[in-house]
Design a binder for this molecule. Structure first.
Ligand code: SAM
Length: 282
């Protein structure tokens, strides 16, 4: 960090803040928060603690779901007039299951420069240390609270060949893990809790085991659930042929191949080519 105050170009700076450990903030974020004309935050009392820790004296303006529509036009006007503002949330990266999307959208539509200041996010922190496959992942945020909507949301991602990342709360965790086991099959999963804090904890197991382990003692604190991708078993030529022959009795070549891909996990193109051959032979 330098002693010279940063010269900040006008615009909106989307600034990540810690998810627990106060040390997890970047030099650039602190300097930018100090140099900005205004910090737009969810809860001024919460952000005031962060500011006190880093001697940041910039005024705070609350921006949350109850006042966003009312205060947004005024914020955009000030940005267009040349202000430099930081957008922060209570924890982690703004817009990631947090407010800010409409502000960023409208700022861009109004020609305002929008700059990300990257840093902590619970989803990425969990994924980086859980040991779950990480090349492909799907961030699903909070599952809906109502059972029907939740099960529908789970069904929509059940076939995705990627680690699924969810945010969850302690009281809902057990029911959520049980519903996941029903929707995804009993896959491996990791419950990552209280990341970067004193009681940080990673618990790995199959979904039903994890549900049982939390049944009598719902965990406290903040939680990320990572569900491993569906297993892809190699399909033998005999299995594929048997499946396709059955399917072709009632289906088109295209539908039979699609079914083989969905049910057996066979590659769609080779299933289609084989189904065509079998149809020709028949
Ligand atoms: N914007 C934040 C981010 O970038 O991660 C997420 C905000 S969202 C309102 C809050 C949820 O994120 C929590 O309910 C929890 O699921 C997850 N979360 C936040 N901090 C966490 C932590 N330290 N450990 C585990 N999960 C956390």
């Amino acid at each position: 960090m330098t002693d010279t105050p940063l010269h900040l170009e006008p615009g909106l700076y989307v600034t990540a803040t810690p998810i627990g450990n106060l040390g997890d903030i970047t030099y650039r974020a602190v300097e930018t928060l100090k140099a900005a004309d205004l910090i737009i935050c969810e809860d001024t009392r919460h952000t005031a603690k962060l500011c006190a820790a880093y001697a940041i004296k910039t005024p705070l303006k609350p921006y949350h779901e109850h006042n966003a529509a009312r205060v947004r036009p005024g914020i955009i006007k000030k940005l267009q007039d040349g202000a430099a503002m930081c957008l922060v949330s209570d924890a982690g990266t703004p817009l990631i299951s947090d407010p800010g999307y409409k502000l960023v959208r409208e700022a861009r539509d109004a020609g305002v420069a929008v700059t990300p200041l990257p840093g902590a996010s619970a989803a990425i922190a969990a994924l980086s240390a859980a040991g779950a496959p990480s090349v492909h992942f799907l961030f699903a945020g909070f599952a809906p609270a109502r059972t029907v909507a939740r099960d529908k949301a789970f069904a929509a991602v059940a076939e995705v060949a990627a680690t699924l990342v969810f945010y969850e709360t302690g009281p809902r965790l057990c029911a959520c893990l049980e519903a996941m086991a029903a929707a995804f099959g009993n896959r491996r999963a990791v419950v990552a809790r209280e990341l970067t804090k004193l009681y940080e904890d990673f618990r790995e197991g199959h979904l039903s085991e994890l549900a049982t382990s939390y049944k009598d003692a719902p965990p406290k604190g903040e939680i990320v659930v990572l569900v491993f991708p569906p297993e892809t078993k190699p399909v033998t030529a005999e299995t594929l042929d048997r499946f396709l022959k059955d399917a072709l009795e009632t289906m088109s070549v295209k539908d039979a191949a699609a079914q083989a891909a969905t049910v057996l996990g066979a590659a769609r193109n080779s299933a289609y080519a084989r189904a065509l051959q079998l149809k020709g032979n028949a």
